[in-house]
Design a protein around this ligand. Structure first.
Ligand code: NAD
Length: 335
């Protein structure tokens, strides 16, 4: 197993997936794990004391060189990103993540890193193939002809190509994985960057706590998506690093749900029913999207299959806990 004994740099280690990734790598026997993020420590989603934790701005080439020193593996998760509300309104910021990947690829090449993992996204897929709620799952070749999500998706697709050419021209062993929506505890659940599963949990809990049983849903709610629980995601990253996979590959769940269906799951978890208001002017992204896992199953022999309801129950419980702590501390301040 490659990961056992590896010295791994996790870029974006203070973020949602990065925090879980560090824990999983140490569990899987990595000899050393260094987590790097631009945010101050008090904003990190998780901090593992067994890892080396550093605050650095990886858009800067010298910071990438410092971060990669002594490491043989890079997991590049750092990016300016968020849910649909964020990426549709911050296209330039999303594209500037290209500085992180460019400088990190150069630093990894120069430090003779053995494996470089890049977290791409289902947002690279051609929008023409995602116009209907009745989806045909997206297979890897559907990224071309290129017509990805504007801003964020173009940056991901461009960086995929860079990873490919760094492999061909410089011999850097790169792995490109297209995550389909990832969710779970310790993710962003407020502030504008949160994605649908966390946003819906927060809205339902707010309604429950306040007694105001109303909810705003972005779009008509018929959009379809699949959501991968974080444990499937981190397991997939480790397995992909442990194998020889040199083409972009999907990592996502195939359990399809409408946004309305997701709201129903969360209502059930909360034990309430809400009056739904559909905001047809809100950003919603593509109409339908699912992951074709044929290639993933061929390589790994498994696919993400933690049931949405089970993962949502854990996510809901964690967000509810956070909201209760916040409400209690506000009460203390106003006393
Ligand atoms: P996240 O926002 O929680 O984590 C990204 C981290 O990168 C953040 O903590 C951020 O502070 C850090 N970062 C940003 N700019 C940086 C810089 N200049 N230097 C150092 N760190 C910097 O997001 P996430 O959900 O954990 O996503 C991780 C990766 O996976 C991202 O590249 C994202 O595009 C990709 N991805 C995520 C999903 C998902 O559903 N979460 C889906 C597809 C792809």
């Amino acid at each position: 197993m490659y990961i056992r004994g590896a010295r791994v740099l996790v870029c974006g280690g203070g973020g949602f997936i990065g925090g879980h990734m560090v824990n999983k790598l140490l569990e899987a026997g990595a000899a050393k794990c260094r987590a790097v993020d631009v945010k101050p420590f008090d904003e990190w989603h998780q901090i593992n004391p067994l890892a080396e934790n550093l605050v650095l701005d990886l858009q800067v080439r010298e910071a990438c060189e410092e971060a990669v020193q002594g490491m043989d593996t890079v997991i590049q998760l750092a990016a300016d990103m968020g849910g649909m509300g964020f990426i549709e309104n911050n296209k330039a910021l999303c594209m500037l993540s290209v500085l992180i990947s460019t400088h990190m690829l150069l630093a990894a090449r120069d430090a003779r890193v053995k494996r470089f993992f890049y977290s791409s996204s289902a947002c690279v897929y051609n929008g023409e193939k995602q116009k209907s709620c009745e989806v045909v799952p997206l297979k890897e070749s559907d990224a071309y002809p290129a017509n990805p999500e504007d801003g964020y998706g173009w940056e991901k697709l461009f960086t995929e190509r860079m990873c490919r050419h760094f492999q061909e021209d410089f011999g850097l062993d790169t792995r490109i994985v297209r995550f389909h929506n990832v969710y779970g505890p310790y993710g962003t659940w407020y502030g504008g960057r949160e994605k649908a599963p966390a946003a819906i949990c927060r809205k339902v809990i707010e309604a429950k706590l306040s007694g105001n049983h109303e909810i705003e849903i972005w779009g008509d709610g018929n959009q379809t998506r699949s959501f991968m629980y974080i444990d499937d995601c981190t397991r997939g990253v480790i397995d992909i690093l442990n194998r020889d996979i040199h083409e972009p590959i999907n990592l996502g769940s195939r359990e399809l749900v409408t946004v309305n269906g997701l709201v129903s799951i969360v209502e059930d978890l909360a034990g309430i029913k809400l009056n739904r208001h559909h905001n047809l002017n809100a950003p919603t992204g593509v109409q339908g999207r699912n992951s074709d896992n044929t290639l993933l199953i061929k390589y790994l022999g498994w696919e993400p299959s933690i049931p949405l309801r089970e993962g949502m129950a854990k996510t809901y419980a964690w967000i509810e806990g956070q909201m209760k702590v916040e409400a209690a501390s506000k009460q203390l301040v106003t006393r």
